[in-house]
Design a protein around this ligand. Structure first.
Ligand code: UDP
Length: 312
């Protein structure tokens, strides 16, 4: 049994990780300042092996007792969040990563960084392999997230090389599922809530940009395998099933049976044109690949949003 601390543990992926680790018999401490996380995501956990601490991890971070693993998941992660919270996003990626790594060093704990496909920016190679260095605009609106995550990868490798901290880096690609917020702003929750409420689905640009969407249980399984592996270089975890954003809007109209129409809105600045993970590395060294297809994942997500919106 390990004692595991998750920053951002009340967030979308963080709270699913908490569930997974508790189910696997571990003890979980979740630290979150709730700026984008929500206690509703962890309210169901009654386990004595679970602790919640309301705290901003950009400040000095300490917990009593031993720690085996620290997973740094705290960060605004939706483009609308990091446009609204640019300084917090930069601080949690830089200062927060530093504090979490400092705690890992002090406790002799393994550290796993939640990195992102955004480190590849608007990629010039496709699909993206882990050895691609990316195409990021440092001063664009998305730079606050992309560069914070690139800095956090550099900081993680520095602690690994200079302090001997055992580290893992997961590059998370678009993930969807239960516990995304109604006003999250990302494509799946936006389209699903719009379709359920009979509103127009807002496709940005002409919808020909692509993404590859991974259902949350697959993402969490990949992260868990990486944590307990011995791989200290970055690993892409995402579903390689690539589709256009317009295709996703159509899929959501279909799964909801909605009569909503699709409308086109301006494309946000620096919106990546394509994105697809190359998961050769995860397949080979973690024995991982996604299992949940789009239809099943969207059906599960639909039940959640219906419940949240009070729709029978
Ligand atoms: N998008 C869209 N309509 C929305 C929300 C997002 O067309 O209501 C597009 C967005 O411009 C991007 C893609 O969907 O091309 C995925 O956006 P999301 O915010 O989910 O995450 P990203 O992959 O950009 O980080």
């Amino acid at each position: 049994m390990s004692r595991i601390l998750i920053t951002g543990g009340a967030g979308f992926i963080g709270s699913h990780l908490a569930d997974r680790f508790l189910a696997d018999g571990h003890e979980v401490i979740c630290v979150d300042n709730l700026i984008t996380g929500d206690v509703a995501n962890i309210a169901h956990i009654k386990d004595k092996r679970f602790t919640f601490i309301d705290y901003d991890v950009t400040n000095f971070l300490y917990v009593d007792g031993p720690l085996d693993c620290i997973l740094h998941f705290a960060s605004p992660a939706s483009p609308i969040d990091y446009l609204e919270l640019p300084i917090q996003t930069l601080k949690v990626g830089s200062l927060g990563t530093h504090k979490a790594l400092g705690l890992a060093k002090a406790k002799g704990a393994r550290f796993l960084l939640a990195s992102t496909s955004e480190v590849y920016g608007d990629p010039l190679i496709h699909p993206q392999t882990e050895d691609y260095w990316g195409n990021v605009n440092p001063i664009g609106p998305r730079g606050v997230y992309d560069e914070a995550k690139r800095f956090s990868e550099a900081m993680t490798m520095a602690y690994h090389r200079y302090h001997g901290v055992e580290t893992r880096i997961v590059r998370i690609f678009n993930t969807y599922g239960e516990r995304m917020r109604i006003r999250d702003g990302r494509a799946v929750p936006n389209f699903m809530c719009q379709a359920l409420k009979g509103e127009d689905l807002t496709v940005y640009g002409d919808g020909s940009q692509t993404r590859s969407f991974c259902y949350v249980s697959d993402e969490v399984d990949g992260i868990s395998r990486l944590l307990f592996s011995d791989v200290d270089t970055p690993v892409n975890i995402g579903n390689p099933a690539e589709m256009t954003v317009l295709g996703m809007a159509e899929a959501i109209i279909k799964v909801t049976g909605s009569k909503s129409r699709i409308v086109f809105k301006p494309l946000p600045e620096d919106d990546p044109k394509v994105r697809q993970p190359d998961i050769t590395k995860a397949r080979a060294i973690l024995g991982w690949e996604p299992k949940v297809g789009l239809e099943e994942g969207l059906a599960r997500t639909l039940d959640y949003f219906k419940m949240k919106l009070g729709i029978k």
